[in-house]
Design a protein around this ligand. Structure first.
Ligand code: IPM
Ligand code: MG
Length: 352
């Protein structure tokens, strides 16, 4: 079971180290780890945020554990050399179009949410975000318009097949969990969203057991913080999913608690090839201080065991250890506690 570990920038190395330690503590036979450079760290060493050798390592692995990218010292670089291009490039090159972002308030930890406890208690949703299309990957540029003014532009588009394949992922997840599905778009304004909605309605015909509704992104943002209990599975595009998942994480209490899986079509001998990362960024302000909460990365490793290696029981062991640690008051600074990265990692391992 080959895992490419790509720690990246800022707090990435600290949080991935704890996730790796948790994986190693499980003592899984046949686990082999490789480490590669990505992001600003890769740029500084290889003059590119996603060096060819890292991409090769990622391609030959069965799964990827990714930390975070983002480095303020790279802000002035041309866009194709910026750290973010590492994660965008990996998603695109590896065909990882399906991003699963589960967000839930742990029972007994409603008080960690900035929402009223009775509202927070209902937050348990799976955001299924399309990850390789939309305005993220369209043509873009800056130009001088007819009035002689500088103008930035980004093309938004979705092809039928792109919407269809991610819709199937979301419908299957909703069907398996017996949850309703909400498709989030902006069909009242955007043609891209109208096509999105039309395709989702077509796909729905194949899933008569799933209750589907549609919501505009602005309303969905409002509902996530006012009536989170009305969501089961949320299906949305790349840009809206980016925003909605940060919002959902804030409603949980901290972005340091949300893991993610990015999956494509490729199957390995063990399961579905995928990339696993916390949804938070590199947090340069606290990098290297041992303060970052590694729980999102640790839970991303659990998702890896589930989806890429078919190790459901081990995944549950990790997730249970994390929720027990939280229930025992092992809280990082992001949650108003004082536990550091290493202490949180150790507390999770003790509870495995
Ligand atoms: C995320 C991040 C990335 C995104 C950035 C780092 C490019 O915000 O994974 O949510 O926008 O997808
Ligand atoms: Mg984001």
């Amino acid at each position: 079971m080959k895992i490419a570990v790509l720690p990246g920038d800022g707090i990435g190395p600290e949080v991935t180290a704890e996730a790796v330690a948790v994986l190693e503590a499980l003592g899984l036979p046949g686990l082999v780890l490789f480490t590669g450079d990505v992001g600003g760290a890769a740029y500084h060493r290889h003059a590119h945020p996603l060096p060819e050798e890292t991409l090769d390592m990622a391609r030959t692995a069965d799964a990827i554990l990714f930390g975070a990218v983002g480095d303020p010292t790279c802000d002035a670089l041309e866009r194709h050399l910026r750290p973010e291009q590492a994660i965008l490039g990996l998603r695109k090159h590896l065909g990882l179009f399906a991003n699963l972002r589960p967000a839930r308030v742990f029972a007994g930890l409603e008080h960690l949410s900035p929402l009223r406890a009775d509202i927070a208690a209902g937050l348990d949703m799976l955001i299924v975000r399309e990850l390789t299309g939309d305005v993220y990957f369209g043509a873009k540029g800056q130009r001088t318009n007819d009035a002689g003014e500088r103008e930035g532009w980004d093309a938004m588009s979705y092809a039928d097949s792109e919407v269809r394949r991610i819709a199937h992922i979301a419908f299957r997840a909703a069907e398996a969990a017996g949850l309703p599905l909400t498709s989030v778009d902006k069909a009242n304004v955007l043609e891209t969203s109208q096509l999105w909605r039309d395709v989702v309605v077509e796909v729905a015909a194949e899933y008569p057991g799933v209750t589907l509704d549609h919501m505009y992104i602005d309303n969905a943002a409002m509902q996530v913080v006012s009536h989170p209990d009305r969501f089961g599975v949320v299906l949305t595009g790349n840009l809206f999913g980016d925003i909605l998942s940060d919002l959902a994480s804030a409603a949980v209490g901290s972005i340091g608690l949300l893991p993610s899986a990015s999956l494509g079509e490729r199957q390995t001998q063990f399961g579905t090839f995928g990339l696993y990362e916390p949804i938070h960024g590199s947090a340069p302000d606290i990098a290297g201080q041992g303060k970052a909460n590694p729980m999102a990365t640790i839970m991303s490793a659990a998702m890896m065991l589930r989806h890429s290696f078919g190790l459901e029981a081990e995944a549950v062991r990790i997730e249970t250890a994390v929720s027990r640690a939280l229930a025992d008051g092992i809280l990082g600074g992001d949650l108003g506690g004082s536990h550091g990265t290493a202490a949180i990692g150790a507390a999770v391992r003790e509870r495995l």
